[in-house]
Design a protein around this ligand. Structure first.
Ligand SMILES: [Zn+2]
Length: 209
């Protein structure tokens, strides 16, 4: 997803829960995953290239770092790790066909509005049809630049990140709103999962309130 949408997801889902200082650190670490050096060779940052297992391992490693850092009294490292793995969970809805599989279920019926999207349907998360966009170099590189985007799309196959992504309303069409709502709900689920079992002191440190 584009940076502005990661920020919107963060503020909508968690803005009220953390102090402004904590929220800034978490959000910065989140959007920093899209830095140039994080774009290449890091499928686990963005759920790209069907690297599902690698991404789930990355998420749990980062979650474990949140907990060990807070136990050691280091809130900053915890915020950064939390922001990093939330980026992956948010990109899941923009880079995989999860939203397409979910909306396809309503073929011929009225589609429920975006806030009703289920972000964690186990039969879709574990579906053999679940895919995420493949990154084909060098054409995918040209896709990143507005001027060469249309040119790159002529050469990229339909299972590429370039064709599949719902990173913005421009690319995602009506599915973009579903990706946003799913990412917002998923972020709250990840917050609850991470903080479950926190001591009072860990909560105070993490939320910084
Ligand atoms: Zn990303």
């Amino acid at each position: 997803m584009l940076t502005q949408y990661h920020i919107e997801i963060m503020l909508t889902s968690l803005g009220e829960r953390f102090s402004a200082r904590a929220m800034s650190a978490i959000t910065y670490a989140n959007v920093n995953q899209d830095r140039m050096s994080g774009q290449f060779g890091h499928d686990e940052f963005h759920f790209d290239n069907n690297a599902f297992e690698k991404t789930y391992v990355y998420i749990e490693d980062q979650r474990a770092l949140v907990i060990s850092s807070l136990t050691a009294g280091d809130a900053i490292t915890a915020w950064q790790a939390f922001g990093r793995f939330l980026h992956s969970t948010q990109d899941f809805y923009a880079h995989s066909n999860y939203i397409t599989l979910w909306t396809n279920r309503f073929d011929g019926q009225t589609l429920p509005p975006p806030p009703e999207v289920d972000p964690m349907d186990p039969s879709l998360i574990n579906s053999p049809d679940l895919r995420s966009g493949k990154v084909y170099y060098p054409f995918e590189f040209l896709y990143f630049f507005r001027k060469t985007r249309a040119f790159s799309l002529r050469y990229l196959p339909k299972d590429s990140h370039a064709w599949m992504n719902l990173d913005s309303p421009e690319q995602g069409g009506f599915k973009f709103d579903y990706a946003m709502q799913a990412a917002i709900k998923r972020t709250v689920i990840e917050f609850d999962k991470t903080t479950k079992g926190f001591s009072e002191e860990m909560c105070r440190l993490f939320l910084d309130k």
